[in-house]
Design a protein around this ligand. Structure first.
Ligand code: GLU
Length: 464
């Protein structure tokens, strides 16, 4: 075990999106690589926008991606007493103060500042007031440093410095008594012993404020690593306009978690020109040093390409179990007697997603084959009847394996004098409903003797 402690700290105000999942993954990989501890903390202080549904969605998505955590989930809403204590500590030490400025006053000042071309900042009206003891509503502000610079050495971006003048006295407790993000994040990261904070670079500007809070509360400051944003193809911040941004939406569209993990890691991290990484490879190879400084661009084609790769090379047994779930979602729960691993073997070279595979697999598991009209018109004709009858006779007695089925076809070809295509393609239509099914011997073996014979008989009846 190393003493590295990292965390993922999502706000449960929606599903787990691509960017959040990548942050979680990077933290997970560092913890696993270095024998550290990965903590999950749910940042639900925004009671209005946080929902249990969103917490569940985030937990489910992490589970799907295989991002197991060692501690947590911790909920900030269960830690309000601690935060209150820390607010009081800062008040007692003169490092925070009550601010009675009304929202209207602040608005007026903000507008005036903007009209002058100044950056709107709290002007410090209440900073040096003598303590008052009345019922007027107040917020609590942190007394930030007014001189000097606050800087930190970001593990990805290098040294980043802020003029303390730029940082106004931020609110740490709202009028309703609830604490704010920039305050509680420090308390939690410190109390949970975080040694490194890896998060999206939309938090860079919060960091100097947070560092001042660490210092005011006497906590050691952890290291920071801010990961560049993810953009859409148009170089704008990734959003719904660019397609699905929810991780679980990709599961629903038939993506495998290993494809998603492989894709996410490459949005910002590289290892030479390698593209394919299993989770174990990543745990071995991932380092912050190889995280780039520029934004990653979301490329759905590449994700699809990776998915195709993982489907092609996946373990049929496992993919078979997943296929069962996708078939059920399509309204075709798998029938008894069909070995889904065998179904997978016939389709994994021809499916880019599990949904596509399930659509192609429906004919195996359905009781009533749905016929493609033009294929049926073309191939299920009266002249096929004696051919199907001959095939049924052979299938009834052949040994039911690859050689046996092939021999059955051979006999039928000899009996009828037809070329293979004249027998194979109509048979494919009879068994699958269309012309694009996998190899006909495979289809017969997967369907089984009974089902194959029954479908040929049904086709004969249909022609009749
Ligand atoms: N809860 C914050 C968010 O979801 C993350 C805070 C942090 O990583 O420091 O953006």
């Amino acid at each position: 075990m190393s003493d590295l402690r990292v965390r993922f700290a999502p706000s449960p105000t929606g599903y787990l999106h691509i960017g959040g999942a990548r942050t979680a993954l990077f933290n997970y990989l560092l913890a696993r690589k270095l024998g550290g501890t990965f903590i999950l903390r749910i940042e639900d202080t925004d009671v209005e926008r946080s929902t249990q549904e969103s917490v569940d969605a985030i937990l489910q998505a992490m589970d799907w991606l295989g991002l197991s955590y060692d501690e947590g989930p911790f909920y900030q809403t269960e830690r309000f007493d601690l935060y209150k204590e820390k607010v009081q500590q800062l008040l007692d030490e003169g490092k925070a103060y009550k601010c009675y400025c009304s929202a209207d006053e602040l608005d007026t000042k903000r507008e005036a500042a903007m009209a002058r071309g100044d950056k709107p900042q709290y002007d410090g009206t209440c900073r040096d007031l003598d303590p008052r003891d009345d019922d007027a509503p107040y917020v609590i502000r942190f007394k930030s440093k007014k001189e000097g610079v606050t800087s930190f050495n970001d593990r990805i971006k290098g040294t980043i410095s802020f003029n303390n003048q730029e940082l106004d006295d931020m609110i740490i407790q709202r009028t309703d008594g609830t604490p704010t993000y920039n305050f509680v994040v420090v308390i939690d990261d410190a109390e949970m012993g975080l040694t490194l904070v890896v998060r999206g670079d939309d938090h860079v500007n919060n960091t100097p404020r947070q560092i001042q809070i660490y210092e005011a509360l006497g906590y050691p400051v952890p290291e920071f690593a801010h990961v560049p944003m993810i953009l859409g193809a148009d170089k704008k911040r990734l959003s719904k306009r660019h397609g699905a941004t929810s991780v679980m939406a990709y599961r629903d569209m038939g993506y495998l978690p290993e494809a998603m993990v492989n894709y996410l890691v490459r949005l910002g991290w590289s290892f030479g020109d390698e593209e394919i990484f299993s989770m174990d490879d990543l745990i071995e190879k991932f380092t912050l040093e190889n995280v780039g400084r520029s934004a990653g661009v979301f490329n759905p084609e590449k994700l699809l390409w990776l998915n195709e790769h993982y489907i092609k090379t996946g373990d049929p047994q496992r993919l078979g179990e997943l296929l069962g779930e996708y078939l059920t979602t399509l309204g075709h729960p798998p029938t008894d007697g069909i070995d889904l691993a065998e179904v997978v073997k016939t389709l994994q070279d021809r499916s880019k997603t599990m949904v596509e595979m399930a659509e192609k697999a429906v004919f195996y598991v359905t009781e009533a084959v749905e016929f493609d009209q033009s294929a049926a018109d073309k191939f299920l004709t009266a002249e096929q009847v004696p051919v199907f009858e001959a095939l049924v006779a052979q299938l009834e007695q052949c040994s039911f394996d690859a050689e046996g089925v092939e021999a059955a076809f051979k006999t039928v070809l000899e009996q009828t004098g037809l070329k293979f295509g004249k027998v194979g393609q109509p048979t494919r239509v009879a068994l699958s409903g269309g012309t694009s099914a996998p190899g006909i011997y495979e289809v017969i073996l997967v369907l089984g003797r009974e089902r194959s014979i029954q479908r040929l008989k049904d086709a004969i009846a249909r022609i009749g």
